[in-house]
Design a binder for this molecule. Sequence first.
Ligand SMILES: [Zn+2]
Length: 243
Amino acid sequence: MNRRGFLASAGAVLSLGVAGRRTERPPDPVVVRVWFSDAAAEREGLEARVDGYLTAALEAAVGAAEIDFAPSPVSLPAEDGRHVLAVHWPAKVVEGAVGVGRVDPVADVNLLVTDGDPREQPAGYARPHVAAVTGAEFIAKMSPVAETPSVVPYSIQSAATQLLLHEVGHALGIGHEHGSAERDGDAVVASPMVGSYLWASRELREKHVSDRNACGRRVPSRTTASERRLRLRYAECAVQALK
Ligand SMILES: [Zn+2]
């Protein structure tokens, strides 16, 4: 697929398939442009956290990443809810891609970060080239990436930060099957593409997480008694798929 062609094609965002992306990896960096909602833009430290965690994870995965912040926030009808994340934002990106409206999209990932509550479902949303996450308040409270190990205890802050990586991963064409989970002593560590689904209700977990990932690695079957930890870098299987 021609990445630059995305911007020239009106229906590209709606019709692109997940499979086949980046089959020929261009040498230029993955570019993620980030928009904050009005409320998210008020969160001190948010830009540094989004920049830090996305850069660290993407550079480890694909070698080079460019995180670019839109100069002004976007006014949304609400900070969360399926309509804003899954309908309103993608429509704004499509409008921008055809030269209508104020959103100026990039070819790789167009990410919206809102101040919505990440404990409400849906906490995030993605389709090829477009991603949206709630949780600005909690991402802003995360410790700086340089002071944070790549595996951290589960908390609202770390889950919201991992959700950034999860939705950006989807926007780049990878799925839950590229995630991994592993035991480390009494803990279970979930990678970004598996994330909180590992501890979700049985029904939700079975819908989103298989016993083995796309690379054949087993996902631990019983996790209830274990300490929960989150990995803030993509699993090897996701890295292979991104390349
Ligand atoms: Zn997902």
